[in-house]
Write a protein of this length. Structure first.
Length: 368
């Protein structure tokens, strides 16, 4: 195999591969990427047996077709440190030669026949089609709320639930819940009762895809896998097994305390009020009155902070405590000037809404 390629194009591909290739594994071949050259294209694949990536590089000159399997970390380092815009890759069996104007690397690889198969999107029709920008925006608004503990497997991902021409994305870690809606360019058939959990790591990889105008993501579900095809990239992933919580039961519908807040001012208020909290007393209190909302935080060893902002509110005064980081996580993914906050009793969850498409529920904490 011999191919000449643009260094920056390969660097972009390898940047995505590093999110998949495991640093530790009992199967050394999984630390590698597979490079296959045919026609006028170079295809690079990586997999950890749960998540796979197939990346097509078209800016190449092919002298000889073939394939090679090479350790991803070493190849990434060579490409990153090279100073030339164009490199030549040549291989025979399990040995790979990489040449620049003033450099020559000989890297030992592994047998391409032993590399696990990475699924392709295939020729069948997609189950749904979503604009890449829409999907990435939806992922941003819910991925942070997924559970980080591996023991809670069913909530280590994001629920995908099509509803008409919208796709609902829902995430929870048991202490908060984020739900957003994104537009579908093509929805599943009405007879399809699709409801799947996509792993957080898979969606984090989708977030890393370069944003290009008018790019769309074709989505297909095959057995217990999801395939996502966008431009020159195909991501394949196992789905999360298990039952996602009945999230509809968690969303309050009977609250009478509703206020509209400036997103920027509220985010600043929570951040400043949390500056003097500590690990033992890290809650921030929200004190709602007829003309103001006061954010306050304190700790015995550091002191106290208080930030006030004007609001229009005519209900009963109330105090409620929240984890400030949970509030910050939600407010920084709201990209409009104002949002709505709804409150019930101090021992019931708070509710944040932004338009019709973003909703966030967070449990209160006891500050006494």
């Amino acid at each position: 195999m011999k191919v000449t390629f643009n260094r920056s194009a390969l660097a972009e591909a390898l940047g995505l591969m590093t999110a998949i290739v495991p640093s530790r594994t009992p199967k050394p071949i999984l630390k590698c990427v597979r490079i296959a050259v045919s026609g006028k294209e170079m295809r690079i694949c990586a997999t950890n047996l749960e998540l796979g990536l197939d990346y097509l590089v078209s800016e190449v000159e092919v002298d000889t077709e073939g394939e090679v399997v090479i350790e991803a970390e070493r190849l990434t380092a060579i490409v990153r440190e090279s100073v030339e815009d164009v490199l030549v890759l040549e291989s025979s069996e399990t040995t790979c030669e990489i040449r620049g104007m003033d450099s020559h690397f000989t890297v030992y690889g592994q047998d391409p026949k032993q590399y696990p198969k990475v699924p392709s999107f295939g020729t069948g029709a997609a189950d749904m089609v979503i604009a890449l920008e829409q999907l990435q925006s939806g992922i941003e608004q819910c991925l942070f709320a997924t559970a980080k503990e591996s023991s809670r497997y069913a909530i280590n991902g994001v629920l995908w639930e099509p509803k008409g021409k919208k796709l609902l994305l829902v995430a929870t870690d048991g202490r908060r819940l984020a739900r957003c809606r994104v537009d579908l360019q093509q929805a599943p058939s009405e007879s399809s009762e699709l409801k799947v959990i996509v792993p957080a790591k898979t969606l984090a990889l989708v977030e890393k895809l370069g944003k290009r105008d008018k790019d769309v993501v074709n989505v297909k579900f095959v057995d217990n896998q999801v395939l996502l095809s966008c431009a020159n990239v195909v991501i394949s992933s196992n789905l999360v097994e298990g039952n996602f919580p009945k999230y509809e039961d968690i969303i309050p519908t009977d609250y009478d305390k509703k206020i509209t807040l400036s997103t920027e001012a509220a985010l600043s208020g929570v951040r400043r009020a949390s500056l003097l909290t500590s690990e033992d007393s890290k809650g921030v209190k929200l004190s709602l009155k007829s003309d103001s909302l006061v954010f306050s935080g304190s700790s015995p060893e550091a002191g106290a902070a208080e930030v006030s902002m004007p609001v229009q509110y005519s209900g009963e005064p109330m105090d409620i405590g929240f984890n400030p980081q949970f509030l910050i996580d939600a407010l920084r993914v709201i990209h409009v000037p104002e949002f709505e906050m709804e409150l019930g009793q101090p021992d019931r969850p708070g509710l944040v809404r932004s338009g019709n498409d973003f909703l966030y529920v967070l449990m209160p904490i006891n500050l006494s």
